[in-house]
Write a protein that binds this ligand. Structure first.
Ligand code: G
Ligand code: G
Ligand code: MN
Ligand code: NA
Length: 254
């Protein structure tokens, strides 16, 4: 079977599931959120990265269906999380460009919230800089509708796209996620450290909070703490894992 056929068969066979990666408050060390990450393990092979299969889902027009499933599953999982006595924290869902461009995107999000009875304030959408910059007028309209709904938006992989900084102030966005490529060389590359610091400064001046992603060492965590990043995420703090694993960590803490 070719890749596309395996993908379609995988959808039919329910070979897709979600992992969650925690985010932590840099100040308190408490879990502050979790990011849903789509996983596909074909019955006849090793797991395939979403970086590989999401572009194909977009090409074959299936990203909306799958993306809506991710949204509802993440909201249902948040229910299970809270039902186990874990603290109410936002769940973040990555949104692809093709998904966000759909006319009924905001309605779909509203529908999922209604059906799952999740408060809009507990849902975060992660959109990359490139997606937001694609059609700025349209983006601003959509972001305003999402804000009105109560849902918040984070800019993912910030610093790697081609964002025009002048547009940033017009986006009703609460959070920037500093891309891991700048975090990776902290302690080794003064240029990347300067970029990370500048992104934090920019965000603060625009009233946005900052997540440092890709934290793999204590040194990197200390650095972003000195910059006063609000949140941190990365393998040093917690790897993507099935919800069940995250739940057991939350139970141990209690
Ligand atoms: O989890 P991993 O590092 O393999 O993710 C690779 C890429 O796939 C990341 O850019 C991540 O944002 C993206 N991704 C993971 N899950 C989803 C999803 O549910 N929807 C979309 N659109 N992208 C996702
Ligand atoms: O593009 P986005 O930021 O959504 O990508 C998220 C992906 O980044 C996750 O799926 C995860 O696999 C990966 N990731 C998360 N933390 C780390 C980290 O500390 N190091 C590396 N190399 N990848 C990470
Ligand atoms: Mn993300
Ligand atoms: Na990212």
């Amino acid at each position: 079977l070719n890749f596309e056929s395996r993908l379609l068969r995988g959808l039919e066979n329910r070979e897709f599931h979600l992992h969650y990666q925690p985010k932590f408050s840099v100040r308190t060390g408490q879990i502050s959120g979790m990011e849903a990450l789509l996983r596909w393990t074909p019955e006849d092979g090793p797991p395939v990265s979403p970086a590989k299969f999401i572009p194909i889902l977009e090409e074959i027009g299936m990203i909306e269906t799958v993306g809506t499933w991710v949204l509802s599953q993440a909201c249902r999982d948040l229910h299970a999380w809270m039902a186990s006595g874990c603290p109410a924290i936002p769940v973040a869902v990555n949104i692809s460009g093709a998904q966000m461009k759909k006319k009924d995107f905001v309605d779909t999000v509203a529908g999922v919230l209604r059906e799952t009875l999740i408060e809009p304030e507990l849902l975060e959408l992660e959109l990359t800089e490139s997606i937001l910059m694609h059609n700025v007028d349209e983006t601003v309209r959509t972001l305003k509708q999402l804000t009105r709904l109560g849902v918040s938006v984070s800019i993912d992989d910030f610093g790697t796209g081609y964002s025009s900084l002048s547009y940033l102030k017009n986006f009703p966005v609460k959070k920037l996620k500093i891309d891991s490529s700048f975090i990776r060389n902290i302690g080794k590359d003064k240029g990347d450290e300067a970029i990370a610091k500048s992104i934090v400064d920019l965000a603060k001046h625009l009233g946005m909070s900052v997540v440092a992603e890709g934290i793999e060492t204590l040194e990197q965590l200390d650095f972003v703490r000195r910059l006063q990043c609000e949140e941190a995420q990365g393998f040093h703090l917690g790897k993507p894992a099935p919800l069940e694993q995250l739940l057991s960590i939350c139970r141990e803490v209690k």
